[in-house]
Design a protein around this ligand. Structure first.
Ligand SMILES: NC(=O)c1ccc[n+]([C@@H]2O[C@H](COP(=O)([O-])OP(=O)(O)OC[C@H]3O[C@@H](n4cnc5c(N)ncnc54)[C@H](O)[C@@H]3O)[C@@H](O)[C@H]2O)c1
Ligand SMILES: O=C(O)C[C@H](O)C(=O)O
Ligand SMILES: [Mn+2]
Length: 551
């Protein structure tokens, strides 16, 4: 390829019709582009107009991805102008359709690294990461093994769109430089037979590996990534229930790592609960918490809220008494043989109930324990039925209800139903965006309890502070920093800040996390001006002069 072709084909350099006359001359681009030089604003207008022509969200997403593949500045400049409109298209829920159709729609690897358990030597992994990074200095890496994609299960290699999409949100929300990021998928096989049988499937045709070989593969990847990119922030996403917590626990004291489903979700739900208590005027330590769907996210959230009760003055044993975990078996009891380690922490004793054998369905459980907070992470659509919700609302003034299973088709309840069934008393947030609900003359704004509202700021804060670890104090600081953004006195106020202010509160979260790291002294460098360090780390979608790339 000639140098001029390399430039126009490099999404980190390409400006399309916005290459200036001087650049076209200096870089030998004359004749390679139509003659009129356009501004970035004009390009953004053109992209948005074309986007609006697309007939459904998946087509819109495919179109935006083509812009992303060609020109990062143009993609992010357009995204910045339409944040709340683009979020559900670029990210959840439309990303779920794009993952399910990934192989048949395959067009471009999107600068991702694809690693295979069949070739898991450290040399191959190292070379693969180097190839995908193309000499770029990587500071943020999002990795999945595709086993627990949202609530839609095992999509193995097709799950790569999750790291790609999460990284897009990092840049749009927090201004992470898109040339410093790397999406990675670890293909360890799949449990989904229909994928394996599909001749178009681009991943490995083999059973998912659950042996030590899998952990060895993950370890080779982590060690090589940490070695190649020494200042790395390593984000784990959508690993399966049997692996996610193990992997986080294995690396969290050694490297700067983050599990979004456990920690990010814990933070956003805690922030939502704090927002709800701010509205109701109730105390955290008076709450009774019901986790419905005690998997990776459910347990991560319960741990975070429990930690908050401990910080509010309860002993750990006292705090745990406020929690009830429900999974497929019903209410979880400590004599059940198949509990996960995280479930065991919160399992109850049968002796607490006269009818423990009957506590196998949500309605009976709600009747027995009278929760004041109910969080759904079960992937069981519609599980928060009218009966369940009315029963809950009969025993508490302001029931806090967060059905956050994604995507939309898996959500435990619709926000509009929750408001209606509780006569406007419920304090609600959902995992995907929900439209405001009109009820009895009040407009109820529905917050989005999605980790996307916090993980970009956490990453930016940790990277800007040169943090060496991401610890509980930093995580708690992130959750508390979102308070005060919503006016709790406004009737129908949301419990979480609105997505159209995502960039603003990502900055707030980043400042809080960076400040906490600096206060604790867990940074590589001495930082005196925390806000300045966060601002310095930010990238903005504007073109820079490329004439000096000329030979
Ligand atoms: N909004 C957010 O920010 C956010 C973040 C993470 C996960 N989630 C969503 O939460 C859901 C769960 O994700 P995860 O990573 O924890 O998955 P997971 O597989 O680890 O956990 C799901 C749990 O639900 C249980 N379950 C399944 N059917 C059930 C039923 N009928 N009744 C009770 N429990 C049932 C499973 O046994 C499992 O323990 C997904 O839909 C995901 O999209 C949302
Ligand atoms: O990706 C999302 O929308 C949130 C979360 O990480 C999930 O797994 O559902
Ligand atoms: Mn996730």
């Amino acid at each position: 390829m000639t140098k001029s072709q390399e430039i126009v084909n490099n999404p980190f350099l390409n400006k399309g019709t916005a290459f200036t006359e001087a650049e076209r001359k200096a870089l030998n681009l004359e004749g390679m582009l139509p003659p009129r030089v356009q501004t970035l604003d004009q390009q953004v207008e053109r992209v948005y107009a074309e986007y609006q022509q697309k007939s459904n969200d998946l087509e819109k997403r495919v179109y935006l991805m083509s812009i992303f593949n060609e020109n990062r500045v143009l993609f992010y400049a357009t995204f910045a102008k339409h944040v709340s409109e683009f979020m559900p298209v670029v990210y959840d829920p439309t990303i779920a359709d794009s993952i399910e159709n990934y192989s048949r729609m395959y067009v471009n690897p999107q600068n991702a690294a694809f690693l295979s358990i069949n070739d898991d030597s450290r040399e191959t992994i190292r070379q693969s990461l180097l190839n995908a990074a193309e000499g770029r200095d990587i500071e943020l890496l999002v990795v999945t093994d595709g086993e627990g994609i949202l609530g839609i299960g095992d999509w193995a290699t097709q799950g790569i769109d999750i790291p790609v999409g999460k990284l897009m949100v990092y840049t749009a929300a927090a201004g992470i430089d898109p040339s410093k990021v790397l999406p990675v998928v670890l293909d360890a096989g799949t449990t989904r037979d229909e994928l394996r049988k599909d001749p178009l499937y681009v991943g490995l045709d083999q059973e998912r590996d659950y042996s030590d070989k899998y952990y060895n593969f993950v370890d080779n990847f982590v060690q090589e990534a940490e070695d190649l990119f020494p200042n790395l922030y390593l984000h784990f996403e959508d690993f399966g229930r049997s692996n996610a917590a193990n992997i986080l626990d294995k690396y969290k004291d050694q490297f700067l790592v983050f599990n979004d489903d456990i920690q990010g979700t814990g933070i956003i739900v805690l922030a939502g609960v704090l927002g709800a208590l701010n509205i109701s005027g109730e105390k955290m330590t008076d709450q009774t918490y019901l986790c419905y769907g005690a998997g990776t996210a459910g347990a991560g959230i319960a741990q975070r809220v429990c930690e908050e009760m401990v910080q509010a003055g309860l002993s750990e044993a006292e705090a745990k008494k406020h929690f009830y975990m429900v999974d497929k078996q019903g209410l979880l009891f400590d004599d059940m043989p198949d509990l996960t380690p995280a479930q065991k922490e919160f399992a109850r004793s049968r002796s607490e109930f006269e009818n423990s054998e009957d506590l196998t369905d949500l309605l009976s459980i709600v009747k027995a324990v009278h929760p004041t907070i109910m969080v759904g992470t079960s992937t069981n659509p519609g599980a928060f039925t009218e009966d369940v919700v009315k029963e809950m609302a009969a025993h508490t003034d302001r029931p806090i209800i967060l059905p956050i299973s994604n995507p939309t088709k898996l959500c435990e309840a619709k926000a509009s139903d929750l408001i209606k069934w509780t006569d406007g008393r419920a304090l609600v947030a959902t995992g995907v965006p929900s439209a405001p609900v009109e009820y009895n003359g009040v407009t109820y704004e529905i917050g989005q309890a999605n980790n996307a509202l916090v993980y970009p700021g956490i990453g930016l804060g940790a990277i800007a502070a040169t943090a060496t670890t991401l610890n509980d104090a930093m995580i708690s600081a992130a959750a508390h920093s979102l308070g005060g953004i919503v006016d709790p006195k406004q009737p129908g106020a949301a419990i979480l800040p609105p997505v159209d202010r995502l960039t603003e509160f990502s900055q707030t979260v980043a400042n809080a996390v960076a400040q906490s790291a600096v206060d604790q002294g867990v940074t590589r460098e001495q930082i005196s001006d925390v806000k300045g360090a966060v601002e310095n780390e930010k990238w903005y979608p504007v073109y820079s002069d490329l004439t000096d790339l000329a030979d």
